[in-house]
Design a protein around this ligand. Structure first.
Ligand code: ATR
Length: 270
């Protein structure tokens, strides 16, 4: 029931219409009995929206594309990992003090480590945006060795340099060996479900292939990887993990992660 004590949470991004964060978080509040509600806000003016968090005493906000970097300078504090990644996907409001966190980083490594060790692995990161940066920092912290493959040289070289790794143009993927491949680009996302970020011929059965795209659940990249005998990891794991970490930061309670996962999977099916 919504009453005068209900705490408001939300997603700030643009666009947000297809986000599954509201379904996932509201189901978690319902399951735990936490008196909160989560809404998606299509933000046209970020700095005013951030002032609104304080003004309305909203308790927590998820930040998505295109605001994960831009929001940083509008906050009062950041945790060390958010600074290291250079992007914030979570804001927590403690008595008007807004702190930025990055839960994508641990979320990705947890999803990966459910299927494969990261330490000492050669890991190809496809893409060099905010998600690639969070995952790359996580890989390095976990002792893995990332290599950046990206469409544009400037973004790819910058990320590779920050991770102390190498950059290659995306078109050259397949020349070098990797044990784990992670797609962090939106290539393959609905409605472009036939698209692949790399050539099928570059996939082999020794690889673990992860896609952070979760709509569709089985992207063309994952289908082709499975056909070639590779182990695959879909994007729901990382998405649910980052949401579960947000829930725990905001409420101080353990996240009902299995319920959150089923809420997302049900929404994807319908
Ligand atoms: P996010 O925060 O989700 O990572 P982003 O910062 O916009 O989003 O980054 C998207 C990444 O996907 C970028 O690396 C982008 O490549 P560029 O650096 O060349 O822009 C990559 N990307 C987006 N569309 C792509 C496409 N059609 N083919 C290849 N790479 C693409």
């Amino acid at each position: 029931m919504i009453d005068s004590n209900t705490s408001l949470f939300g997603l700030f991004g643009n666009p947000v219409a297809h986000s599954l964060s509201p379904v996932m978080h509201n189901r978690a509040f319902e399951e735990t009995g936490y008196n909160g509600r989560y809404l998606a806000f299509n933000i046209v003016d970020l700095s005013t929206a951030v002032k609104g968090i304080r003004a309305l005493n909203m308790k927590g906000i998820s930040i998505t594309v295109p605001y994960k970097v831009a929001v940083m300078e509008l906050l009062d504090a950041h945790d060390d990992l958010a600074v290291k990644v250079g992007a914030v996907n979570t804001i927590s409001n403690q008595d008007g003090k807004l702190t930025g966190y990055n839960t994508d980083c641990h979320a990705a490594i947890k999803a990966l480590e459910e299927k494969t060790a990261v330490k000492d692995k050669e890991i190809a990161l496809i893409g060099a945006g905010g998600a690639a940066r969070a995952i790359g920092v996580g890989i390095v912290s976990a002792g893995g060795r990332p290599t950046v493959y990206n469409r544009s040289k400037i973004n790819g070289e910058q990320l590779a340099s920050d991770l102390d790794s190498e950059f290659y143009p995306l078109s050259e993927f397949g020349r070098s060996e990797c044990q784990v491949l992670i797609n962090t680009t939106p290539v393959g996302m609905t409605p472009n479900g036939e698209a692949m970020p790399i050539k099928t011929s570059a996939l082999n059965k020794e690889m673990v292939v992860m896609d952070i795209v979760y709509n569709p659940l089985k992207t063309m990249l994952l289908k082709m990887a499975a056909e070639r005998g590779a182990e695959t990891i879909d994007g729901v794991g990382m998405f649910v993990n980052q949401g579960a970490l947000q829930f725990e930061l905001w409420t101080g309670e353990k996240a009902p992660i299995d319920i959150m996962r089923s809420a997302v999977l049900d929404a994807l099916k319908s």
